[in-house]
Structure formats: structure tokens, C-alpha cells
Design a protein around this ligand. Structure first.
Ligand SMILES: [Zn+2]
Length: 596
């Protein structure tokens, strides 16, 4: 990047390397702690600096080395957080020629020999400086034996020796080492802070740039000052004119923030056409679908944080208005968009055509936006005397009582998934009489129950006595021909086991204390209880679907079907009429499934 007509170009990252701790941006906490340790004379023999790459660990290490060895312009200064930069130690350390400050990159010196070299050197006094300082970069890369050698030194370090370790992966550093270090965590620099840092540099370097463009660079750098400065270098090299958001977007392969915003705003409003057009524009300018989705995720996150009243440290000033406008969509809608986009982000990598996958994702997002949130649904529903609690797939929109209540479970799948919990008994004296009137039965009481006078009573008796398999078999395979006291005549259908009539007789005798006779008729009789329930259920679903409340829900959730209807003793009897028959529908019940 040198130009013959100009003095040698120095890359920004090097030129703007912090010379003092006050120039170290975004690390206030570290500087404060370090300052305290220094002023209290509580400096450890070893320091470990950790944080993601490009965040300033090495710069901090060198600053610290200077601070520890600075003697001030007059040569009488003490160790300080504000190295003078003028004394001999300061200058030689900055220039990398101070014999007492050794920088070692553990990534390339991992052997035990290097560690031994260090230990041998540790024995000698510093040549000229106050301290002999070892800066070991990427310390987690050292071999186990090198760590062991180092550990011995750390256990009894000579007074005039300091170690400064830097690492991106603190977890890989043995705890025996860590326990002998003062640890300092360098944090990612917030995008807003990075952007204003870039702005300051642009002014000093006479680089003309839009604030939006700098914000885009700051975001892309993900908290790394070095990355941000390298990107600014690249962008500045691309043009002699003003740096714009579009240019930076093209350089980064990212959509412009405005495009992302247009896309997201449109999608959240259910406007797929505008959203897709914004995607097409960004894509034609070279934005990668994956980048676009992560940019959308970033916007959704910032807007959600704003909507939730969380920290807005990450929001760049020029974007505040936009984020606020997105936040007005509300947490529920943003949360749903987040889930959708996150899932889509994961799928993008597997799609043969990421652009197409991204378009599908946008369409899905716009479609989902048209669905009301659970909160809105509550507001749409009539509030007074709602007899039914409605649950939708994944989102409960009404309090769900513990006791069975008149509840229409509406599922957005088409699979009929019927509850197989034991039914409360109901009387069905006349099989043609649908709806069936519910009857209260006290379950599991020890007193002798009255003699059954219907098949439903017999099933209830079986269930009360815990014979679920028998109850299921009666419900599915038994057609009632006649029922008199102690005399039951039935016919069997389906795959009824041979001994079923005998079983019924035996159990009835046992439960009622009277001798029962159960005889088999060749054919004839009422429909089985299961069939009756199916019929009743059909009818009930039609009735329920025409209830204004339910009709409204079906309209709000396109594609929803009534999956199951549960009866409630507490509900309005008029609405209850006909519910009970559907309470326990067991389509195609497999006997074996019921057995306990
Ligand atoms: Zn100095």
C-alpha cells in the first residue's frame, strides 16, 4: 500500500496502537483494576490477559511492560499506569529492542526447551530495567511439559521478574498456572464505541466517510479494534472519494443496514413483496444470504433489547431511530421473528441454493407476521363469560384449568390426536339419542356401586376398578343387545378376544356382589360405544365450529382444525350438551396399548 508520491503508508492498526492506557478503548474496567493494583503495590508476579482476538491483549501487555519499567522523563519515576513514553525504557520497549522485555509467541515456541530457556534467563537480574518482563502470547499453546517448567518458576519467582500472559482460550490454560496470575478480561468493544473511534481516526487521517459506513465497519469487526482498523484501511484504499454505506456493504459482502431495515420492517408488516425486493437489491449488490440473515438477526436482537428496556450500549447513534421504530413491533412479534430467522440461519448452510432459501425464509417471516400474537389474540376474544379455554399449538392463550373444562384444543396440524384418558361415565340408554347427557360418577369409591343399567355404566365400573383393558375392549368390541339385572346379552365385533364375554361376567359378579350371566348373540345390537362416540364427536365438531368464538379462532389461524373437545362440569349446560360423548374418543384403539 505504499505510494511513491507519498510517504510510506502505515497501516492504521499499527499507527493507532494505543500509546497509553487512556487510549485503550473500551477497556475501562481493566484499566481501573490495574491502576488500583499498581497504586496499592499489589502487583502480582504474573498477569494473564484474556479476550477474543484483535481486542488489544498484546497492546495491553506492552503498555503494562512499559508502565512497569518506566522511570519518567527525569529518571526518578516509579512504576505507573501512565508511562511517559520519553524515558529510555519506554522508548526501547516501544521499539522492541529492550533486552529486559522478552516477547515470546507460544504458538511457535511450544517445546519444553523454550520453557527451560525462560527459566534459565529468570535467574539473572534485569540488565538495565526495573523488571525483567516475559510477555508470552497465546500461552495456552504451550506444551504440558513447558507448563510444568513454567509452574516451578511461578511458585518461587524472583522479585525482579514479571510474566504477562495473553490468551484467546483461557480454558486451555492449566488452573495451576491461572491460580498464580492476576487475571484481566478484555471485553469486546461495543460497536457504537468502535464507530466513534473510527470517526475520530477518519478526521485525523482526512478520510471522508459517512457515519453509516463507519457503523457498518464497526459492526462487522465484532468488537475487535484491530479488525475495525483493517477494514477501514481496506475501504479507504478502495476510493479517494467519500466512503459510503453502499461501498462498505459491497466490500463486506453484507447488505446495507438500510436494506436490512427495509426488508425487516416490510416483513414484520406482512409485506412480502417489498421485503423480497429489498433482498433482491442487496443480493444483486453482492450481499451473501448468510450475512443478510445474520444482519437481520442483529437488528431483531437490538430492537428486542430496546423493546425490553435492556442495555442499548450496542446501538449506534445514527441507527437509534431505526431500532426504536423496529422495537415498536413488540417483543412477542420480534421474538417470533428471531426464532424463525435463527432456524432459517441454520438451514441456510444445507440449502443447495442459499438465495432461494433466504427468499423462502423472508416469505415465511412475512406470513408469520400476519398471525396475531397470543396477547393480541386475547384482546380479540370476547372477554365476558367465555365458556371455553382455547389452546393453540405452542401458545396457550387462555388459562388452562387443572380440572377438565370445556376446552376446544385446536391444533394446526391435521393429525387427529385423541386424548386417551379414562372417560367419566355417561348414560346412553338410547343409542340414537345424541347428544349424550353427562352423569357424575365418583371415581374409586370403596362402597358397592349400584347395579349397572347401561354399557356405559359397565365401562365406568371397569375403569373405577382399574380394569382399563377390559373397559377399552368393551368400548370397542361390544354391541349391546339387551341388559337386565344380572343378565347381559351382547354381540362382539372386531378383533374381540374369545374370553371377553366370560371376563365381563366374572368381573361384573365380582364388582356387584351378584352373579351375572353374559350371553353372546350372533349379531345385532347397538353400535359400540366407540362408534357412538365417533358419531357424537363428528356432530360436536360441527357444532363447535359454528360457535362464534371458535369460528373466529379458525379464521385467525388459517389451516387450524378442531382437534379435540373436552367437557367441563363447570361449563354452561347448554354448551355442554353433546360434549361428553366426545370426551373419550379412542379411534382404532389397540387393546395392547391400554393394558397396564
Ligand atoms: Zn517512561
Amino acid at each position: 500500500m505504499t505510494d511513491t508520491a507519498k510517504p510510506a503508508y502505515r497501516v492504521l492498526a499499527r499507527k493507532y496502537r494505543p500509546e497509553t492506557f487512556s487510549e485503550l478503548i473500551g477497556q475501562d474496567a481493566l484499566v481501573r483494576t490495574l491502576g488500583n493494583a499498581l497504586s496499592l503495590g499489589r502487583l502480582a508476579h504474573a498477569f494473564v490477559l484474556t479476550g477474543v482476538r484483535g481486542i488489544g491483549k498484546t497492546s495491553t501487555a506492552r503498555l503494562l511492560a512499559r508502565g512497569l519499567n518506566c522511570i519518567g522523563p527525569d529518571g526518578n519515576g516509579d512504576a505507573t499506569l501512565e508511562p511517559c513514553g520519553a524515558c529510555e525504557p519506554c522508548r526501547s520497549i516501544t521499539q522492541g529492542r529492550n533486552v529486559d522485555v522478552l516477547e515470546i509467541d507460544a504458538a511457535s515456541h511450544t517445546g519444553v526447551d523454550d520453557a527451560r530457556e525462560i527459566i534459565e534467563g529468570v535467574g539473572y537480574r534485569p540488565v538495565s530495567a526495573r523488571y525483567k518482563i516475559y510477555i508470552i502470547d497465546e500461552v495456552h499453546m504451550m506444551s504440558k511439559s513447558a507448563f510444568n517448567a513454567l509452574l516451578k518458576t511461578l511458585e518461587e519467582p524472583p522479585d525482579a521478574v514479571k510474566f504477562i500472559f495473553a490468551t484467546t482460550e483461557i480454558r486451555k490454560v492449566p488452573v495451576t498456572i491461572l491460580s498464580r496470575c492476576q487475571r484481566y478480561d478484555l471485553r469486546r468493544v461495543p460497536a457504537a464505541m468502535l464507530a466513534s473511534h473510527l470517526w475520530m481516526i477518519c478526521q485525523r487521517e482526512s478520510i471522508e466517510a459517512d457515519k453509516d459506513a463507519l457503523a457498518a465497519i464497526a459492526r462487522a469487526a465484532e468488537g475487535s479494534v484491530r479488525d475495525a482498523l483493517s477494514l477501514l484501511d481496506q475501504a479507504a484504499a478502495m476510493t479517494a472519494d467519500k466512503l459510503t454505506n453502499d461501498m462498505v456493504a459491497a466490500m463486506l459482502g453484507r447488505p446495507g443496514r438500510r436494506e436490512s431495515q427495509t426488508l425487516l420492517t416490510a416483513a414484520l408488516a406482512g409485506d412480502a413483496t417489498t421485503a423480497l425486493a429489498a433482498f433482491a437489491a442487496a443480493y444483486s449488490r453482492g450481499a451473501e444470504p448468510e450475512m443478510l440473515v445474520s444482519d437481520l438477526l442483529d437488528l431483531i436482537h437490538l430492537a428486542s433489547m430496546q423493546a425490553a428496556g435492556g442495555s442499548d450500549e450496542a446501538v449506534i447513534e445514527s441507527e437509534r431511530e431505526m431500532i426504536t421504530s423496529l422495537a415498536s413491533s413488540g417483543i412477542a412479534r420480534l421474538g417470533r421473528a428471531w426464532q424463525l430467522m435463527l432456524k432459517g440461519h441454520g438451514e441456510l448452510g444445507q440449502a443447495p441454493n442459499p438465495a432461494a432459501a433466504c427468499e423462502m425464509l423472508i416469505i415465511r417471516l412475512a406470513h408469520a407476521a400476519q398471525m396475531p400474537t397470543p396477547g393480541e389474540l386475547m384482546q380479540k376474544l370476547p372477554t365476558a363469560s367465555t365458556p371455553a379455554a382455547i389452546t393453540t399449538a405452542g401458545a396457550s392463550v387462555a388459562p388452562q384449568p387443572k380440572n377438565p373444562s370445556a376446552a376446544a384444543t385446536i391444533s394446526q396440524t391435521t393429525a387427529g390426536n385423541f386424548d386417551q384418558t379414562p372417560a367419566k361415565a355417561s348414560t346412553a340408554t338410547n343409542p340414537a339419542a345424541v347428544p349424550i347427557v353427562p352423569q357424575m360418577v365418583e371415581p374409586s369409591t370403596s362402597k358397592t356401586p349400584p347395579a349397572p343399567d347401561s354399557l356405559v355404566d359397565i365401562v365406568a365400573l371397569a375403569e373405577t376398578n382399574g380394569e382399563m383393558l377390559l373397559a377399552a375392549r368393551i368400548r370397542n368390541h361390544v354391541q349391546l343387545v339387551s341388559l337386565k339385572p344380572c343378565n347381559l346379552q351382547i354381540s362382539l365385533v372386531g378383533s374381540a378376544p374369545d374370553q371377553l364375554a366370560g371376563d365381563i361376567a366374572r368381573y361384573l359378579s365380582q364388582w356387584t356382589g351378584q352373579r351375572w350371566l353374559v350371553s353372546l348373540a350372533e349379531s345385532g345390537g347397538e353400535k359400540t360405544l366407540a362408534e357412538q362416540q365417533r358419531d357424537a364427536n363428528e356432530k360436536l365438531r360441527d357444532t363447535i365450529a359454528s360457535e362464534p368464538l371458535v369460528a373466529q379462532i379458525l379464521e385467525i389461524f388459517p389451516g387450524a382444525i378442531i382437534d379435540e373437545v373436552k367437557a367441563s362440569q363447570a361449563a354452561d349446560p347448554d354448551i355442554l350438551a353433546g360434549y361428553d360423548g366426545a370426551l373419550d374418543t379412542e379411534q382404532d384403539t389397540d387393546d395392547e396399548e391400554i393394558s397396564k
